[in-house]
Design a binder for this molecule. Sequence first.
Ligand SMILES: [Zn+2]
Length: 754
Amino acid sequence: MRSRRVYSRYFSLRQSSVAQSPYANSDPKYKRCTINAIPQTTALLNKCKIPFGLLITPYRHLLAGEEPVPVINPPQIVRCRRCRTYINPWVQFVEQDTRWKCNLCFLTNEVPTFFDWDPETRAHVDRRRRPELTHATVEFVAPQEYMVRPPQPVVFLFVIDVSYSAVQSGMLATAARTILDTLDAIPNADNRTKIGFITVDSTLHFYNLNPNLTEPQMLVVSDLDETFLPMPYDLLVTLSESREVIDKLMERIGDMFKNTQIVQSVLGRALQAAHKMIHAIGGKIIVLQSTLPNQNEGALKAREDPKLLGTPKEVTLLQPQTGFYKNFAVSCSPTQVSIDIFLFSPQYADVATLSGCAKFTGGSVYYYPAFNASRPEDALKFANEFSHFLSRPIGLEAVMRVRASKGIRMTAFHGNFFLRSTDLLSLPNVSPDNSYAVEMTLVENLTTSLACFQTALLHTSSNGERRIRVLTLAIPVTSNLGDVFASADQFALAAILSKKAVERALTSKIEDARDALTYKLNEIMGAYKSSFTTSGQSVQLLLPDNLKLLPLLTLGMLKNIAFRQASTIPSDLRSFVMAILYVFPPELCVVQCHPRFWSIHNLAPQIGLPGQDGQITFPPLLNLCSDKLDRTGIFLLENGVEIFIWVGRAASPDLVKMLFDKPNYDQIVAGKTTLPTLQNDYSSRINNLIGKIREVRIQMATCYPHLYVVKEDGDPALRMWFLTQLIEDRMDAMPSYPQFLGVLREQMGKISAA
Ligand SMILES: [Zn+2]
């Protein structure tokens, strides 16, 4: 996703790093900037109209074949005396290499002797081999002074709905089985991990999990006037010690509530009790909720109103209906408690309100509309996601600070966190899935040839060590507007624009978010045109190659469920897509707005098989328009959260047989499905493609995409849903890509050339 020109720029840039290492600059998967040549002056930055921002995914999960971040434990962590920047590959050694010049504030600092001399071996060492000087991304083991208290253990406190719909849908049983199956994989390297359970319907149930008990003991609290915990019991226990009692609870919990008729939920009280249980330690509250909380503190109304959808008032449904959950989340943040929320409602779930719990605590939202575990696909999706969620590494009690070269200032942050001071993000938990966007501006002209950005994430790792992950990005400074345009990263731009649009939609109106997206595109193109074209070229739409996709990406955002003009999108779904776009890393923001689309009825020999790099080879991508659909064909599409197989009416019966194990097209069942694994080459190659998509999505976003089979003349709603992914087509009132370009051309015609 990076043009060759930008790559070569990175390569030549490397020569100016102290160790000239190939790892001297940040991998864009961890950290990337919207422009890869920073304007030297505010005038130049203003002129280009390109948003100046960073996208940071500091704790991302490694994909297959990727190198882990080097972990180092030097005698001393070397930082600038003045601005506290960590020493990195972009400092300069000066005064006969006895001092280092900070690349952010330019102060010179002393080089410690251990950089050149190993006191243990009593031998000279080459400082240019130190990981802090060769690698842009490193993780320091933090000494005592980075701790305000001993590192906390991992704490998982489950708050599980046991009301009628939670039991009937099979959510409770699936959750319990998944927890049971995953207990060995929960981060617990230091054997300190603590676990607790609260179950909730119209009352609260706590569980004494004392390791000496033969059975878990349930304690019911039905007096809900105040939040209090049954005392003195072992409600939060060490996993390794109480494992047998926890196993028993998970084995029985489904039966304990199987005959319930209770349709009330006092989730607000449960959350308060949960916080009381772990506030002194910190940790994760994991909420599994099926019934809309409808009693006591934090009670919500089923407020969905189809009349409002598609109107300017729709936004009221996307905003929280009470401040309770946000306020609660804000009170959790300083106690290092984060909240992740899994929603399963058969009807209205109020994603908009409940997602506030996650938003301000660094958590995440997972949404399973109309979940029904008796459908194997539903059970499998939730079990896969929940299991990955529980077993993936987490960072605890974290804060993240972003620093930049003198002259650059942060102006806004986007993502799930609580902003503790102007540039300090509080993240009670740091999720590998979550990305953070930073908007920046120039407050004075830059005086050096490189601009640098350093992010430091202080956290406690799952194995109980205090660590600092440092990510440093260096970008050349330019006085040439052409360089700024030629270095812009359209994917980073689309990601930051989508996050800003979410914020705009929620604080104003969805229409304003759409207008802002179109306006920004026009502005960037106008700035380019007025500087780089001559009047003879006015009918052309000119953009440098690296920005050629920006109009299409913008159109994809305008047509995305988050922002589309439509009166049929349930507000829960709209809220959920906004919530995920807001935290997705750039790769996923892009694929959500611009899906990947392939034909799979005419596979070249290597497709669906591992290539030389061991990775599954995909077919060439198709343009996202229905012209590509061919009634004799079969097509595959994925958008990061869903996968579709479209089958044409005249698709080859042989392929239909090999893929679906059905004699002909008519017998294929459309809808959410599981593709059979059959003993033939075609079936295994297509299953490989789908398996690969799922493998990457689960690691990037804890998402196991459902697969939908769409028949050319099948269920109209399903067909429509699939067709809305083909963003180059016309969609209701929204233009096709050629029409969209036509309008842009018209707008550009009004701007005079250079
Ligand atoms: Zn400094």
